[in-house]
Design a protein around this ligand. Sequence first.
Ligand code: PRT
Ligand code: ZN
Length: 295
Amino acid sequence: MVCSGTNLKTMNTLKIALQKSGRLSEKSIRLLLDCGIGLSNGTKSLKAKSDNFPLEILFLRDDDIPQYVAEGVAHLGIVGSNVVTEKGISLPQLLQLGFAKCRLSLAIPKEENYEGIGFFQNKKIATSYPRILKEYLQQKQIECDIEEISGSVEIATSIGLAHAVCDIVSTGSTLLQNGLKEVHSIYQSEAVLVSTPSLPAAEQVLANELLFRIKAVLAARQNKYILLNTPNKSIDPICQLLPGMKSPTILPLAQPGWSSLHSVVPENDFWPVISALKDLGAEGILVTSIEKMIA
Ligand code: PRT
Ligand code: ZN
């Protein structure tokens, strides 16, 4: 249910936990701002309040977010799914947010020969993610010794602490710099919006409103608005290529035999679609970002 701005003012306050400082912070705040949620006292203190939405933001270490949300201290949280899974805390996941994408991977010294997951049998593996690693290896029926360490995992092999490491990988450059090669990915992660298991009714209404806005922002980020001129004979095949939200808008041009066509194209399909459009005779193609997208 979407409620009006007037109703929102009379309601309780929704509390959301965000990472105070780190890889998730800036994009989490950006998401709220893009949802039209203003932050009156900035992001420097441990708490902030929105001046135009009944929302309080708690700034925490990412490792603490799942527990705060599970206990209802915060109603919602934005955190990497890797952290939630590793904590072993079961929380309703409302949305995948499309940022802070990374993977948890097994890596070994680059000079080692790797012929499959059996490599890890009876080996010692250093990681900050013992729960995810243990569950994964159990499924694969690999016995090994897991050495839990809290940071600088990538140096564990060079100092003789372990035969292999299991760590978060994004570009892979940290592994390379430390003489390691990524050989097996065990978990894919990204930032997620999680909720406390039983939201009170008033906060549920607010959470629904926030969710509605976040979905509109995420949909907008994943799509582009496209305008083009086309010979009338190509309208049908172009409509097949660009079905848009319902169907494209078609307006006649002053020049006979030509039309202007407006539609929406997913960001991921963008370049292949553009070359297909050119092949169909489309001209004057303009592409712009979308700010909000509501189906
Ligand atoms: O202080 P606090 O506890 O809040 O933060 P933190 O230091 O524990 O976490 P932070 O900010 O480093 O990461 C927060 C979340 O971002 C993680 O839980 C992941 O969900 C996600 N994320 C995305 C990453 C990375 N990418 C990432 N590259 N987390 C860590 N890394 C590290 C990784 O540990 C390794 O050291 O970056 C290095 C690898 O990067 P590449 O690009 O060299 O492969
Ligand atoms: Zn952390």
